[in-house]
Design a protein around this ligand. Sequence first.
Ligand SMILES: NC(=O)c1ccc[n+]([C@@H]2O[C@H](COP(=O)([O-])OP(=O)(O)OC[C@H]3O[C@@H](n4cnc5c(N)ncnc54)[C@H](O)[C@@H]3O)[C@@H](O)[C@H]2O)c1
Length: 427
Amino acid sequence: MYIKIISFNLSSNSIDNITVIGAGTMGHGIAQAFATSGFNVNLVDVSNQVLNTAFSRINDNLNKKVNENKFSSDIATSILNRITLFSNLQESVKRSDFVIEAIIENLDAKINVLRLADQNSPAHTIFASNTSALPITLMAESLTNKDKFIGFHWFNPPPDRELLEIIKCKYTSNEVIDMALDIVKKLNRRALMINSDIRGFIANRVYRAMRYEAILMFSQNIATVDEIDSAFRYKIGWRGPFELIDYAGAIDLEITESNGFDEVRRKLPDWEPDDDYVLYRKHALNVLQTYYDKGWFGVKAGKGFYEYPGPGKWVRPTVSEEDSNNVNPMDVLSPAINLSASLIHEKISNVEDIDLSIKIGYVVPRGILELADDFGIDNIVKILEQKKEYSTSQEYSNFYTPHPLLLKMIDNSETGKKSGKGFYNYS
Ligand SMILES: NC(=O)c1ccc[n+]([C@@H]2O[C@H](COP(=O)([O-])OP(=O)(O)OC[C@H]3O[C@@H](n4cnc5c(N)ncnc54)[C@H](O)[C@@H]3O)[C@@H](O)[C@H]2O)c1
């Protein structure tokens, strides 16, 4: 009998060659970040045009850093020289130690690509996905060795974001986790370790609840796009939810990701345990679908919630400060705070990690739970109760039911900064 012996040398020194599959919005940035930290990178895409654009975007990004005196032009050249473009996946993975896929947000497409990569990679290769919200577990199951798969979630734009969410699924081995954490260290970044394969992980799970609330408020004529974005920009210093939807290409990303949603949930109920969140999301996505159907994908299409000078030509949307008077950002954030309470209660995450993921991932000055403490937990609950009452005829109204953890905090007089204790301790 022939026994295949796989020698696993998992020290980070053994990880030199990276393949990034998909060279779009995220893939080209991930390739740049790896190459900047000294890794050799193969960047592969099905589209030659995407590859050419990716290369010139990386070149432009590096030149910008040279102009900002971040490094010399010699270093920029050596970073660029560490990146090789491929249009053939099988070739690109042949000598890879670590393969990360960043293709479109579609589970079947990801599984097909990972299978092909697995069949053509050396036995020691580790595989990862940059998915925003698809199950890591089902992707792991597509590999010969399920334990060699891990979620490795970057924020946009990858070269400038210091945090990565590292997601373990039930198959991921401890060795692979250690190796992923070593890679994060070598990338000079921080890792937020997540021990459950839950939809959206931490940052997106929480952030998207806020995004959906903004969309629902807009669709119900409670506030305009400009008013909500203005309130975020001028009152709490966050990028507005709508400008970020356009910038990140979230319209087609979320719609594409929805394909097969119910089937995935049937296979893996723990991945999305919250029925009310599912209904809430469905209604928000119905609104996004109308934009999707018109091809208004945001910056990449030249039009989304705002208009841009042309496809791919980003200029920051102008919103008047006056518009901010009409919206309290906490109205938009309260459902996400409620959801955070459930993540804390279920021990899926904790106060510090939730705030860290939002602060670094979305580059905002204060975390969502810090803001909750400033505003008062009792006031958050009042908003939730009002929203629940306002939406009683909607099938998602239970999403606004204040979480028992928030009610307990009020009972214990832990209403935030004003009482000396809330999510954080102030005494
Ligand atoms: N856009 C964001 O802000 C963001 C942030 C974090 C994570 N993500 C995740 O990163 C992934 C990529 O997102 P994106 O915004 O870069 O998408 P994108 O549409 O900009 O890029 C996807 C690329 O994958 C390529 N591709 C499709 N099928 C392929 C295949 N079989 N082989 C090789 N290449 C293939 C496409 O040609 C395209 O260039 C998704 O899983 C998304 O959820 C996106």
